[in-house]
Each structure stands twice: as C-alpha cells, then as structure tokens.
Ligand binder design. Structure first.
Ligand code: PLP
Length: 379
C-alpha cells in the first residue's frame, strides 16, 4: 500500500534514542524533554513550550488551565478529529459545534461572531473558550475570533495538531506560525502527523498559562520531597524517550514541509479543473499535511476510494463531523444551512490522497494516473 501519511525516521532518531537509553533518563525528566521544548518554542516563535503525552492531553490541559469546567460551553470546529471535542468533554463542559466556511474548510468565525453577539445582547450563555482547529494543514481565519476575544474576553485555544509549520502571511500576522496567535496553541506528534514522537503533544502560548499547564501535567506536585500536590493534576508529561525522537524529527521539519508542499502543488497542477482541491487561501502558507480533494457525490467518492485501494493506494475520507458522532448527536450546532452543512459536504465528498514526505515522484505519478482513470477523465 502507498500510505496516506507515514513517518520518516531515518535522521538522528536511532542515535538520540540510544543516547537517551544510555543516559538512564527514559521517563518524564531528562535533557531531551527540555531540549525538545526549547527547540520547538524557538521554531514556532513561542518563548515557552510544554511537552505532553499526546495532542489530546495538550488540549485537555489547555482547557483546564483556562478554568473551563462543568456547566461551561466551548465553541469548537464541527469538522475535526474527535479528540478536539473530547478534550472539552473531559472537563465537564459541552461543545458548541461550529460549521466550516468554504474558503478554508475551518471554523466559520463570522457565524460564531454573530451568534455570540446575539447571545450577549439577549443575556444568553457565552462560550467560556473558543477552540479553533487548523484542519489538514490549512490555517483558520482567526480575525473574527480575535475580535470576539477582545470584545467579550473569550480566550482562544488553537488546535494546530495537524498543522505544525503552517504560517499566516496576511498583514498583522506575517510569518506567524499557527498555534502562536491565540492564548494557547496545541500540537500533536502522533505517528501520522507532521512530525512524530510515537505519541506526544505540545502546548505553546501565554507564559502564565503555560506555567499552570506544566504544573498540571506533572500531577500538580509541589517542589520538595514530601509528595504534596496542590490540585488534581494529570500524568500528562512527555517522556524523555519520546522527546529524543521529537528532537530528531524537528531537525527534519523544514525538509518535511518542503516535500509535502511540493506534493500538494503537483496534485494541484495535475488535477486542476477536474476535481475541487483543498483550500489554499492567499493569506496563508499551509503545511500541506494532507492533500485532499472533493468529488461530485458520495457515491463517486466511495467508488474512487475503493478503486484506489484496490490499486494499493491508501486514500481516505476526511473526518466525519462531530454532529454525526454518537457522543455529540445532541450537541448544539451552528450552521448557515438547516440541512446539509458545509462540513457535511466536505465529509461526504472529500478524499485525502497519499501525502507522506517519503512519497516518491514515481509513486505520486501512479496515484495521479490511477485517480484520473477512476474519475473518468482519461480513457
Ligand atoms: C491528531 C489530532 C488530535 C489529537 O492528537 P493526539 O496526539 O492523537 O492525541 C487533536 N486534534 C486534531 C485536529 C488532530 O488531528
């Protein structure tokens, strides 16, 4: 199978892992964890960074650090991986699902802005936080959200799990990395993400909040030898072993980004006019984590996907929206349409194509050739 998104581990990974084992520090204390946090913070442009056990735990800690709890409502993108919504549920808060906008496939900020303004006027409950997802490597339009944050004091968490390396190019945010614009930003280093630590995550952002995130991630243990804990904390710290992988992967990020962006550009030029390509807004420089397309109908998408899989090509649908997931069927949903939402359309006709940094030109040409055959563009 030509994989959808696989890790590449042929840099310093094995060397750093061996160093880590030989140092004896394999658990949650060690030079690699500190080094990984420092290098990561530098790379994205955050003064501090806290390494966590997963992207999900990074999100959970961020919400807890902001004081989100039972009875609260947190606005979140409807079209995302379920971890984005689950992190909200862990705190006892309920998600307010927000539909995508067509231009980026990300949270429709204008829609949320209108709803919050309406609620504020009528004395309704305002979101305690906004968790905006940068989907598939493309930055969300955060302007309307920042306006809300300013007007009503609603903090913003960026779920940048899929988008490490993506930047904003618009005035005001020129060259700013996704994850560094809101109050806190979260990343994932799962096996299929931009870089991997086996499993892991990172939180960046406001230094005071990060201090709290760090404290909560290590069981809220106070310094000293008496095992005193001043809060109900979590065992969410990244291990030194994972960070050893992370440091080696971070050295490759630039190269990974370049290759994923080139893969995306090749799909774009080869499929131009035949299918709808995933967005690329003029104010953004996406990381191109996954190259995705929209087909005409669900039937066509499913047929093309099956045919590609029979060819040995791993192509997959984009996430199923939260409002169709059993745990969130009764969650409130904001959408401009009463029936088929923007997220529904993307989920029902979307297909992600092999996008690994390791994908060879020959493999990609094979994917494109087979895809063209299956969509009937060539005979
Ligand atoms: C992968 C992912 C997460 C969760 O990260 P893990 O490291 O797998 O816990 C959260 N949000 C989004 C959008 C993701 O794609």
């Amino acid at each position: 199978m030509i994989p959808l998104s696989e890790p590449e581990l042929d840099g310093n990974e094995a060397r750093y892992l061996q160093e880590c084992v030989e140092s004896g520090f394999v658990s949650s204390v060690g030079a690699f964890v500190n080094g990984f946090e420092e290098q990561f913070g530098q790379l994205v442009g955050s003064r501090d960074a806290v390494a966590c056990a997963s992207g999900t735990s990074a999100l959970h800690l961020s919400l807890v650090a902001l004081g989100v709890g039972p009875g609260d409502v947190v606005a979140v993108s409807d079209l995302t991986f379920i971890a984005s919504a689950n992190a909200i549920s862990y705190t006892g808060a309920t998600p307010l699902l927000v539909d995508s906008e067509g231009a980026t496939w990300n949270l429709d900020g204008e829609l949320l802005h209108d709803e919050v303004t309406k609620r504020a006027r009528s004395g309704g409950q305002l979101p305690r936080a906004i968790e905006v997802v940068h989907l598939l490597g493309h930055p969300a339009d955060v302007d309307p959200l920042l306006a809300l944050g300013e007007e009503y004091g609603i903090p913003i968490i960026e779920d940048a799990a899929e988008s490490l390396g993506a930047t904003m190019t618009a005035t005001g945010f020129a060259d700013r990395h996704v994850g560094t614009i809101g109050d806190l930003g979260c990343y994932s280093f799962n096996g299929n993400k931009m870089i991997t630590t086996g499993g892991g995550g990172m939180v960046v952002g406001d230094e005071g909040l990060l201090q709290r995130v760090r404290h909560l991630s290590t069981q809220a243990r106070l310094p000293g030898h008496h095992y005193v804990h001043d809060d109900v904390g979590f065992n969410y710290r990244m291990t030194n072993v994972a960070a050893a992988l992370g440091l080696a992967q971070l050295e490759r990020l630039h190269d990974f980004l370049e290759r994923r962006r080139r893969i995306s550009a090749t799909y774009r030029s080869s499929l131009d006019g035949l299918v709808t390509m995933c967005p690329s807004a003029p104010w953004a420089d996406p990381s191109c984590w996954l190259s995705s397309i929209l087909l005409e109908t669900t039937e066509q998408r499913d047929a093309v996907m099956s045919a590609l899989r029979a060819d040995g090509i791993d192509a997959r649908p984009i996430w199923t929206p939260m409002h169709r997931q059993p745990p969130y069927l009764s969650s409130p949903l904001l959408s401009r349409t009463a029936t088929r939402t923007v997220a529904d359309r993307i989920a029902d006709t979307g297909l992600s194509l092999p996008s690994s940094a390791s994908l060879t030109d020959l493999q990609q040409q094979f994917v494109i050739d087979r895809l063209l055959v299956h969509i009937g563009a060539t005979k």
